[in-house]
Design a protein around this ligand. Structure first.
Ligand code: AMP
Ligand code: ZN
Length: 215
């Protein structure tokens, strides 16, 4: 099963992708996580994308597509995978389609998480994550047991640079201009299902499973 998750930053795609990956036993592939990992490790690629990511802009299609091509060359994608934060432009969507076609595969569904814009801003501004294990919290909706520290490993939680208010606006603009049109792209292929993205993570997971039908 190959799924693409659509929706604005803060729509809860990452949370749902993790839950779905566990549910179906297939990998969660987040280009944002992959770029953050490169940044944290200080790789060549990480240095190249650092400034653009921190400002809330999009990394170039060539760099992003190349990284995804590499990732989809690994064995663990054989049964399927969940894409979160990719594709983000029409050029990426076309690249992905061709890459899959060459392997005789195609996307099964593009899930579009529908969330009001005020809620998205509230989710992003309260989001905090663990630099050590990647766990994601929210200051009021999903707080850790001890304020500011990860439940799993006690590391101090941080706010992503691109989640800071001055950069959120830029990300929303990039989303509206470049990524929102992907819904029409996939609708044209009969692949889009809307999912109501408001509620608890478990409730939204249940709505997602209903949309996907029995597996
Ligand atoms: P995310 O965690 O998905 O919000 O991604 C964080 C940042 O990584 C984005 O704001 C972009 O700078 C970069 N990024 C992630 N995925 C992509 C993509 N598919 N295309 C371009 N840039 C991306
Ligand atoms: Zn942690």
């Amino acid at each position: 099963m190959i799924l693409v998750l659509l929706g604005p930053p803060g729509a809860g795609k990452g949370t749902q992708a993790k839950l779905l990956a566990a549910e179906y036993g297939i990998p969660h592939i987040s280009t944002g996580d992959m770029f953050r990992d490169h940044k944290a490790r200080g790789t060549e690629l990480g240095k190249k994308v650092q400034a653009i990511m921190d400002s809330g802009g999009l990394v170039t299609d060539d760099i992003t597509n190349e990284m995804v091509r590499d990732r989809l060359g690994r064995d663990d994608v054989a049964k399927g995978f969940i894409l979160d934060g990719y594709p983000r432009t029409t050029a990426q969507a076309e690249f992905l389609e061709q890459l899959l076609a060459r392997a005789g595969r195609k996307i099964d569904r593009a899930l579009s998480y529908e969330v009001p814009v005020e809620m998205v801003v509230e989710r992003i501004s309260g989001r905090r994550s663990c630099p050590k294990c990647g766990a994601v919290y929210h200051v009021s909706q999903n707080p850790p047991k001890q304020t500011g520290y990860c439940d799993r490993d006690g590391a101090g939680l941080v706010q992503r640079d691109d989640d800071k208010p001055e950069n959120v606006k830029k990300r929303m603009e990039e989303y509206a201009a470049k990524t929102a049109p992907l819904k029409a792209f996939y609708a044209g292929r009969g692949l889009v299902s809307d999912v109501e993205g408001v509620g608890t993570p478990e409730g939204i997971l249940a709505a997602t499973k209903t949309v996907l039908g029995p597996r």
